[in-house]
Design a binder for this molecule. Structure first.
Ligand SMILES: NC(=O)C1=CN([C@@H]2O[C@H](COP(=O)(O)OP(=O)(O)OC[C@H]3O[C@@H](n4cnc5c(N)ncnc54)[C@H](O)[C@@H]3O)[C@@H](O)[C@H]2O)C=CC1
Ligand SMILES: O=C(CO)COP(=O)(O)O
Length: 332
C-alpha cells in the first residue's frame, strides 16, 4: 500500500468524530460521513459535533458529508458506527468502495444473531476491503481533547498495518501494531459486558474488594474466551484487553460502567436506555458473547449474569446471589 493521502471516517458519533480529529492532527485531509443531517451541518458550520461530542473544537479541515461515495473515495476508511449497525453500513459501502482499500473497524462488539466479530461481518458484507481493527483504552472525549492515548491497531497484512499506524498516529495518539485481529476484538467486545457488571457492584455499594475481584475474574473469562478462539495471550493482556477492561470497568466516563451503576442503584434497563442517546454496546453484545461462548463450551458466568439481567430474566439481586453461590474452585 502506498502513502496515505485522505482519511474517510464512517460514523458521526463521539468516536467517529474523535478519530476524525486524530487523523486531522496526524496531518490528513478528513471526510466524515454521518447519517444525521444535523451532525453534518454542525460540523461544517460550527466545527463542533454538539450532539455527540460537545465542547470539542474540531479542525476546520474536517469536512462532513452525507455522501458515502465521496467518503469511500479516501485512501483509508475508519468504520466507527455502533457494532450492530456495521453490517448494514458495510453493505451500503460495498457498492462504492474501491477494491483493496483498508477499512479500520473501530466499533467494539459482537453481532447479535450471528455472534460474528466485526472483521467477519466486514469480510462478508464488504469483501473488497482489507480489514483492520483499532481498539484499546480510549475515551472519545480524551482523544478529541488531545490527551495521551495508546491503542492497538491490528491488520493481517504487516505492511498495510505499518502504513495505517503512520496515517493516523501522532505524538498523543499512539497505535501499537498487531496481527491478532481476533484477540483485539475479543478484548473490545467482552470488556463492555464486564464493565456493566463492575458498575453494578459500585452502584450497589458492594465495596472496592468486590470490584477488584470482579475485574480479575472478568479478565479470567475474557482470557478463556479469547484462548478458545485462538487469540494470543499477549494481546489479551495488552492495551485492547486488560488495558481497556481496566479503563472501562473503573471509570464513570464509560457508558457501559455508568449503565451498570444505574442498574445497581435500582433503575430499570428500559429507563436507563430510554434516557440516553449514546450507544451502550455491552447491552447488545452480552447475549452474543454468551451464545458464542456456549458453542465453544467456555464458562463465562459474569457475562451470563449481565445477559440475564439486561434481558429481564434475572433481577440484579438474583444474579449476584447466583454468582456468590457458585462452588469454590481452583483459580484459572
Ligand atoms: N465513545 C467512545 O469513547 C468510544 C467508542 N467506541 C466504539 O465506537 C462505536 C461507536 O460509538 P460512539 O461513536 O461512541 O457512539 P455514539 O452513541 O456517540 O454515536 C453513534 C453514532 O452512530 C450513528 N448510527 C447509529 N446507527 C447507525 C446506522 N445504522 N447507520 C449509520 N449511522 C448510525 C448514530 O447516528 C450516531 O451518530 C461503538 O462500537 C463504541 O463501542 C470505541 C472506542 C471509544
Ligand atoms: O471503549 C471505550 C473506551 O475504550 C468507551 O467505553 P464506553 O462505550 O463504555 O463509554
Amino acid at each position: 500500500m502506498s502513502a496515505v493521502g485522505t482519511v474517510g471516517v464512517i460514523g458521526g458519533g463521539a468516536w467517529g468524530t474523535a478519530l476524525a480529529s486524530v487523523a486531522a492532527r496526524a496531518g490528513r485531509p478528513v471526510r466524515l460521513w454521518a447519517r444525521d443531517v444535523k451532525t453534518v451541518e454542525d460540523i461544517n458550520r460550527h466545527h463542533e459535533n454538539r450532539m455527540r461530542l460537545p465542547g470539542v473544537a474540531l479542525d476546520a479541515g474536517i469536512v462532513a458529508t452525507r455522501s458515502l461515495e465521496e467518503t469511500c473515495a479516501a485512501d483509508v476508511l475508519i468504520l466507527a458506527v455502533p457494532a450492530q449497525a456495521v453490517r448494514g453500513v458495510a453493505q451500503e459501502m460495498a457498492g462504492v468502495l474501491p477494491a483493496g482499500r483498508p477499512v479500520v473497524i473501530a466499533a467494539k462488539g459482537i453481532e447479535r444473531g450471528t455472534e460474528a466479530f466485526m472483521s467477519d461481518v466486514v469480510a462478508e458484507a464488504l469483501p473488497q476491503a482489507v480489514p483492520a481493527v483499532l481498539s484499546g483504552p480510549s475515551f472519545a472525549d480524551d482523544v478529541a481533547h488531545g490527551l495521551p492515548t495508546a491503542v492497538t491497531l491490528a491488520c493481517a497484512d504487516e505492511a498495510v498495518g505499518r502504513t495505517l499506524v503512520e496515517a493516523i498516529g501522532y505524538s498523543a495518539f499512539r497505535p501499537y501494531r498487531s496481527s491478532d485481529l481476533t484477540g483485539v476484538q475479543v478484548g473490545g467486545a467482552v470488556k463492555n459486558v464486564l464493565a456493566i457488571a463492575c458498575g453494578v457492584v459500585v452502584g450497589k455499594a458492594l465495596g472496592a474488594s468486590a470490584h477488584a475481584a470482579l475485574v480479575a475474574r472478568g479478565f479470567a473469562e475474557l482470557t478463556r474466551f479469547g484462548r478458545a478462539l485462538g487469540a494470543r495471550p499477549e494481546t489479551l493482556s495488552g492495551l485492547s484487553g486488560l488495558g481497556d477492561l481496566v479503563l472501562t470497568a473503573t471509570s464513570p466516563q464509560s457508558r457501559n460502567y455508568s449503565f451498570g451503576v444505574s442498574l445497581g442503584r435500582g433503575d430499570t434497563v428500559d429507563t436507563i436506555l430510554g434516557g440516553r442517546k449514546a450507544v451502550t454496546e455491552g447491552v447488545w453484545t452480552a447475549p452474543a458473547v454468551v451464545d458464542r461462548a456456549a458453542k465453544l463450551d467456555v464458562e463465562m458466568p459474569i457475562c451470563a449474569a449481565v445477559a440475564a439481567v439486561v434481558a429481564g430474566r434475572a433481577s440484579v439481586d438474583t444474579a449476584i446471589e447466583a454468582l456468590l453461590s457458585r462452588p469454590f474452585r481452583e483459580e484459572h
